[in-house]
Unconditional design. Structure first.
Length: 307
């Protein structure tokens, strides 16, 4: 129980930041799009660059985002198939998004920062590339084939600055260049800013929800996918590596579990509004999933021995 309380207390400040984001969005007209642009195009590339330059890179790490991307895409199409048989509407497309895509950045990264040292945080960021590619390709395709072609999705992916930050950082890493003390100090500031702004984005996105839509069947399927099936798949990958492939350290297994247990991604709310995919249901699902994760994440971290 003491360990659970410690983990719970680690997450509570993140939820306070979500609440502050909600207040800022509801009463001070702070826009999620503005915070998101600042986080994605300015702060995140700096944070990613700093971590990857510090990464003790192993060739096997290149396999991680590929495997994770394939698993996420397979799960998305599975839940689309399930949704089409249950709902017969656009809600099937929304299910394929909420049951798989997780808040690996805004929520997952702060958790990893709190529990792992710098090199493992860098590996986690490398693993996050799978989610970025999944969002820009599979998720766009499922969300609306009529509105986003494969070419459009790839062009949007090409505009994502974190990808270039990773590529540049890998070059710098290979050359053996280290950040100066002054640069490292300001990079630390950027890390803190990413956590604060990233969590406030969730609250700002939820602040504009006019009403909550409680659909028990949809919520049950989403929770089954996001909080049960995806973690089970991650655990299956870990068992395969432990017993057959022997490619990765136990710390990477723990990072994979963290990546799989975070709640539905906040970006889904924006997609739902833009593509008319039942935005109230999307926002409700994200909100309830995020609240549920406050207890679920510490329990899962203890169950799998991550902490």
């Amino acid at each position: 129980m003491g360990m659970f309380i410690t983990l719970f207390s680690t997450l509570v400040p993140l939820y306070i930041l979500i609440a502050l984001g909600w207040v800022a969005g509801r009463y001070f007209e702070v826009e999620r799009q503005t915070l998101g642009a600042l986080a994605i195009y300015v702060i995140m590339p700096v944070v990613v660059f700093g971590f990857i330059t510090k990464l003790e890179f192993e060739p096997a790490y290149a396999v991680l985002p590929i495997v994770i991307y394939c698993v996420m895409s397979a799960l998305s199409f599975f839940w689309l198939w399930v949704g089409q048989r249950v709902f017969k509407s656009k809600r099937a497309n929304l299910l394929a998004m909420t049951a798989v895509s997780g808040n690996t950045g805004y929520m997952g990264l702060p958790i990893v920062l709190a529990l792992f040292d710098t090199n493992w945080v860098a590996v986690y960021i490398f693993m996050m590339l799978a989610g970025i590619f999944h969002e820009a390709t599979t998720m766009y395709y499922i969300a609306s084939r009529s509105q986003f072609t494969v070419g459009e999705s790839l062009r949007k992916l090409a505009k994502f600055p974190a990808l270039y930050a990773v590529a540049l950082a890998l070059i710098v890493n290979t050359l053996g260049w280290d950040m100066t003390i002054e640069m490292d100090k300001y990079w630390t500031y950027f890390k803190g800013a990413y956590v604060v702004i990233g969590m406030m984005i969730i609250g700002a996105a939820l602040s504009h929800v006019q009403r909550l839509t409680i659909a028990p069947r949809f919520l049950a399927l989403t929770f089954l996918g996001k909080f049960a099936l995806w973690p089970l798949c991650a655990y299956g990958l870990i068992l395969i590596d432990e017993n057959i492939t022997h490619m990765f350290e136990p710390q990477i297994h723990k990072l994979l579990l963290v990546l799989s247990i975070v709640p539905p991604a906040a970006n889904i709310a924006a997609f739902a509004v833009k593509l008319d995919l039942d935005p109230e249901q999307a926002a409700t699902t994200i909100l309830l999933g995020t609240i549920f994760a406050l207890l679920y994440i510490p329990a899962m971290l203890m169950l799998f021995g991550v902490y």
